[in-house]
Design a protein around this ligand. Structure first.
Ligand code: ASP
Length: 439
């Protein structure tokens, strides 16, 4: 049994957190490969080390003094080293970092040091081998990720290594230039390591006990999702639910390694299992609810639209030419509606409307703003009758006017449009009917 364990920034923000992590790793022999993030926030208005590094490097790049800020970062690490009572020093590493900052090594190099230094402490603390991600995670010359070379380098290196720490978030080009993934990218490193060692499980340890059925800022104390498929996760993530970096899914999904989201502060919780497919009957008909506010519906009408070949393409062309992506496109007999993000659309609105008129010659165009989209997602919906009926009667009871309905052909989700002001009430009504009523 081989497990890859990735720990997020809040799990490694202090010596106390490191100790919890140490206990988790030592509790299971198979937790052999560890991917740490940089130290995150210790309390709510604390600053993540990654953000401190970005700021410090900005000063260095613009020729300002940065020693004080670099020392503050050093203090964060020294506090951890002291708290763990390690006989270990990062003084030389900080000298090297200072030199590279003065030589303007780039903000990616700067940010990557957060994980690099944390990885070194972690390796010392666990007595695991330290593997610099710059040697095993490869990027192309143009800065894009080189999946093939990475898999080769990582598997060759890790196959001869019983236990190792590989810092998350960064890698390097063949010439050594350090490149980072986008923010939260240690999740991706964890996934790549899991694939390279052919792990049985990729455990992703964070500060919540898994994915929640709904956003806790909207629904009070929502239930945890026990098992979710990659497809369901994709639907929910697209609609704004976030715990895991989106790119972390592809490497493990390809080879069928499940991901288990766990809570460092509550290791006894099972967390959420993310799997390719499952025969487990879901606890509730729905797996999750997620949504986003701030959409505009552009309603386009034209007599006999349905028989005009190419009409839809022409309308979409007007959006494409103006660089606007659309989210949804429900249609009627002589009408079609395009949902777009309000903030993206507002400034180009008149140009898009003019282009639709010129390209597609509709009879009329009307717009409705301040709309929200809510996705109700669940593999259980396919085999349950009456889901839509229950959903809409719950919304009707809550006096919510549904502006749009869209059920994907996968029967995995139902997307509804409501007014922004009804957003929270709608999600609560859906949660109550499918989860609370079933408890
Ligand atoms: N430390 C990086 C960030 O704050 C990467 C990560 O934590 O995954 O985004």
């Amino acid at each position: 049994m081989k497990k890859v364990v990735k720990f997020g920034g809040s799990s490694l923000a202090s010596a106390e957190q490191f100790m919890k992590v140490g206990n988790i790793i030592r509790a299971d022999e198979s937790r052999r490969y560890v991917v740490p993030s940089a130290p995150g926030k210790r309390f709510s208005d604390d600053t993540k080390v990654t953000d401190m590094l970005y700021h410090c490097y900005e000063l260095a790049e613009s020729g300002q003094a940065f020693t004080k800020q670099l020392n503050q970062i050093k203090d964060r690490y020294n506090e951890i080293i002291r708290g763990l009572k390690l006989d270990f020093s990062l003084t030389e590493d900080f000298e090297t970092i200072k030199k590279h900052f003065l030589a303007k090594a780039g903000s990616m190099y700067a940010a990557s040091r957060g994980e690099y230094l944390n990885g070194k402490i972690m390796a010392k603390y666990l007595n695991y081998e330290f593997i610099d991600a710059a040697n095993v995670i490869r990027f192309h010359k143009d800065g894009s990720f080189d999946d093939e070379t990475t898999n080769k380098l990582l598997s060759e290196r890790l196959n001869v290594c019983e236990r190792a720490v590989v810092p998350g978030f960064y890698g390097a080009m063949a010439n050594g230039t350090v490149v980072t993934f986008s923010r939260g990218g240690s999740d991706v490193t964890g996934s790549l390591v899991a694939r390279a060692v052919n792990a049985n499980l990729y455990e992703n340890w964070t500060d919540v006990s898994g994915f929640l059925v709904a956003d806790p800022r909207v629904v009070k104390h929502p239930e945890v999702i026990h098992t979710i498929t990659y497809k369901e996760l994709r639907e929910l993530a697209y609609m704004g639910a976030s715990v895991l970096h989106e790119d972390a899914i592809f490497p493990v999904r390809q080879v069928g390694i499940p991901i288990n989201i766990r809570n460092t502060n509550s290791p006894e919780d099972d967390g959420t299992m993310i799997v390719e497919s499952t025969c487990r009957i879901p606890t509730y008909t729905i797996t999750g609810i997620a949504g986003k506010q701030g959409f505009v519906a552009v309603n386009i009408e034209k007599d006999m639209m349905n028989s005009e070949i190419g009409f839809g393409r022409k309308v979409l062309q007007a959006f494409e030419c103006n660089g606007i992506s659309f989210e949804h496109m429900p249609s009627g007999i002589d009408t079609m509606t395009i949902f777009v993000h309000q903030d993206e659309f507002e400034e180009k609105e008149q140009k898009v409307i003019a282009d639709i008129h010129q390209i597609a010659h509709p009879d009329s165009i009307e717009m409705e703003s301040d709309l929200a989209l809510i996705a109700v997602v669940g593999r259980g919906m396919r085999s349950t009758r009456g889901t839509a009926g229950r959903l809409f009667s719950a919304l009707a009871h809550a006096h919510i006017n549904v502006k749009m309905i869209d059920q994907g052909s996968s029967e995995l989700n139902i997307i509804i449009g409501v007014r922004n002001e009804d957003f929270k009430d709608a999600i609560n009504a859906i949660y109550n009917i499918f989860v609370v009523a079933q408890l």
